[in-house]
Design a protein around this ligand. Structure first.
Ligand SMILES: C[S@@+](CC[C@H](N)C(=O)[O-])C[C@H]1O[C@@H](n2cnc3c(N)ncnc32)[C@H](O)[C@@H]1O
Length: 234
């Protein structure tokens, strides 16, 4: 039987493959993540300083915000919300990630939900003005057209004119250096990343099939993206 990069023969991610995507985010890694990954690796290996992603949060984050895969919550802690009391929901497959981020931004009293973002979400009767998914797509198994299921997972919860935004490391990009390619291959071999075939064009197509005002920009091998959910004019 043939197995693809999602760990199964039919492209559906196996439990083991999904767990591999969150395995790096254990307590010890989370303790160094902000300076090691967001500080050093982002800037010097992927060549996208975290200030660019923070600027994206500051531009797009809304009063009712859903964050998928919040990691350590650095961006939520640092960004400027348009209100002093934003309503924030955090979704992650890792309970440790959710507990750590909820603690870090406890001043906002976030709601947490443990869930796989590739499956339909059960968030109740809520609507969001923004959805952030920073550095999430490259962790999700399968090719981009399958990981685009994450966009479908959030659509039932989007208010008119909601913004969807994030960034992801592209695997199939001519801007890779010897160093970034070596790290990217290593992370893919460990199943921490699954982005060998990810291209900006495919991401743009997946966004355009669902949303309007699609914006894509690049910094090194990172693709920053934003889009708007169709609705009335703001
Ligand atoms: C690279 S971290 C990104 C953290 C943060 N957004 C940032 O930019 O610093 C990826 C996050 O996605 C979560 N994650 C990975 N696969 C997931 C899945 N299938 N469903 C939900 N969360 C997932 C991980 O637990 C982790 O919190």
């Amino acid at each position: 039987m043939e197995f693809d990069e999602s760990g199964s023969h039919d492209g559906t991610p196996t439990e083991a493959r999904l767990r591999a995507g969150i395995e790096p985010y254990h307590r010890r890694m989370l303790a160094v993540y902000d300076w090691l990954v967001l500080g050093l690796v982002c800037r010097w290996v992927w060549r996208c300083p975290r200030s660019k992603m923070l600027a994206q949060y500051n531009s797009h984050v809304g009063a009712r915000h859903l964050d998928l895969g919040p990691g350590t919550g650095w961006f939520l802690d640092e960004c400027r919300f348009p209100t002093a009391n934003p309503a924030i929901t955090l979704v992650d497959l890792s309970d440790g990630v959710l507990a750590g981020t909820a603690r870090r931004i406890s001043r906002y009293r976030p709601v947490t939900r443990t869930a796989n973002v590739l499956e339909p979400l059960d968030l109740g009767a809520v609507q969001f003005d923004s959805v952030g998914m920073n550095f999430l797509l490259h962790c999700l198994p399968g090719p981009l057209d399958r990981k685009a299921a994450v966009f479908d997972s959030v659509i039932p919860y989007l208010a008119d004119n909601a913004r969807i935004f994030g960034s992801t490391v592209l695997g199939a990009d001519e801007r890779h250096t010897a160093v970034s390619r070596a790290l990217q291959r290593r992370l893919n071999r460990a199943d921490s990343f699954s982005n060998e075939t990810d291209r900006a064009e495919d991401l743009a197509r997946a966004l355009a099939a669902r949303f309007t005002e699609v914006e894509i920009s690049r910094s090194g091998v990172v693709c920053l993206f934003a889009a708007r959910y169709p609705g009335g004019v703001s």
